[in-house]
Design a protein. Structure first.
Length: 402
């Protein structure tokens, strides 16, 4: 396939007409892509430059180097070639017509070219994106269609700055303007059948050649299809009638006596604690550190006042890991008739409130039953609670390493 961008630059555009072509191409692109039923702002070169800076796709040193390089005619020819080839503008008939008119018109006075608006408009033409939707005050996202075309325009500018001198000279010789380099015009299109050279016909070789003899298949022949005039017409589609909408009023709700009753929360009070049948008389306790002091064998020796504290059981897969949900937890006290049982919440925690002696504390046994797929065993830990703290924490781990 011929390189149409190369043909366009070689056959139509001398060095002194490149700026005229770039200016007309930019005006044609902006007029085509910046149309809307409502009034829209003009897509100027300063607006395009502000859009690139707001999108953070190119830095200021690169912009300054690009503008300085575009002062030479060779750099302009190479930049137009890259832009026409990457955006496929060279294949458009109107662009080829603009190149022909620009090359035959007299060379205009030198004026600065709007490279920022031209590069963004060229990539917007390839993507079919309207220019009035590009707003520097609201820069597009990096991975949005608008953000991608702005990013490709910035890459086009960096490509012109980073091109080496050897590569620039080699490409400049390839794209140099040459009068009569091609016998056919770039706008002429493919040759017609009359201008193509005569060639001998190619003999068909089986099995790649199929005979053009028509074949009739009986299953699709016209004679096998019949329409009877006395066929019964299709039944009409039955209509669906809708009744009155369903409504639930307060009269339809059950009485207060039939509604479910919520039981109060489970609490262990002092009345539920076990006491000996004949409580011993209080005896003066020996001073601390006395040898032979008997252990605390009774539930509430000396009838100490009771206090309430909280116990939080934490069940995790490993220390610092995620909590395990739905594990059975049972809390029993030594000498207490009642017990507290439940399951862990989604965070792997179970919180309960327990009574303890005000001065000597109370020891509780905590049983955690692991799931059957993890062994199904019951792990027990004991902890002594006292009234000095309002909450205690007791962790259980399935393993100690992640």
């Amino acid at each position: 396939m011929p390189d149409l961008a190369q043909q366009l630059l070689q056959t139509h555009l001398p060095d002194d007409h490149l700026a005229n072509f770039a200016r007309r191409l930019s005006e044609w692109l902006i007029a085509d892509l910046n149309q809307s039923e409502e009034p829209v702002p003009d897509f100027t070169d300063s607006r395009a430059k502000a859009l690139m800076r707001a999108a953070n796709v190119v830095d200021d040193p690169t912009l300054h180097d690009f503008i300085k390089k575009m002062e030479g005619e060779t750099a302009v020819r190479l930049a137009l070639y890259d832009l026409l080839q990457e955006t496929e503008l060279a294949t458009d008939s109107e662009v080829q017509a603009i190149a022909g008119v620009s090359g035959s018109a007299p060379a205009p006075s030198p004026q600065p070219l709007a490279w920022f608006a031209l590069s963004i408009a060229a990539y917007a033409w390839k993507s079919g994106f309207p220019l009035y939707q590009l707003d520097p005050a609201s820069p597009p996202g990096e991975y949005s269609p608008a953000g991608q075309l702005v990013k490709r325009a910035a890459y086009f500018m960096r490509q012109q700055v980073q091109r080496s001198a050897t590569e620039r000279d080699k490409l400049a010789r390839k794209l140099a303007y040459t009068t009569g380099a091609y016998t056919t015009d770039a706008t002429a299109g493919p040759p017609s059948l009359d201008t193509m050279p005569q060639e001998p016909p190619i003999a068909p070789v089986p099995p790649h050649y199929r005979s053009p003899i028509p074949v009739r298949y009986p299953e699709v022949a016209r004679d096998t299809l019949h329409i009877e005039s006395d066929e019964s017409p299709a039944l009409p589609t039955p209509t669906i009638s809708t009744g009155t909408p369903l409504k639930i009023t307060s009269d339809d709700l059950p009485d207060d006596q039939q509604r479910p009753i919520r039981m109060p929360s489970i609490r262990i009070t002092e009345d539920q604690l076990s006491r000996p049948a004949n409580p011993p008389r209080p005896r003066p306790s020996p001073p601390p550190g006395t040898a032979g002091s008997p252990p605390h064998t009774a539930w509430n020796r000396g009838q100490e006042p009771m206090r309430a504290t909280k116990l939080r059981v934490i069940v995790q897969d490993y220390p610092g890991g995620s909590g395990m949900y739905g594990l059975q937890v049972k809390v029993t006290g030594r000498g207490v008739k009642s017990q507290v049982a439940g399951t862990t919440n989604p965070d792997g925690q179970f919180l309960c409130e327990l009574p303890v002696r005000a001065y000597s504390g109370l020891t509780y046994d905590i049983d955690v039953t692991w799931p059957r797929d993890l062994g199904g065993h019951t792990e027990r830990k004991s902890i002594t609670l006292n009234a000095d703290r309002t909450q205690f924490e007791l962790p259980f781990y399935l393993r100690h390493n992640p």
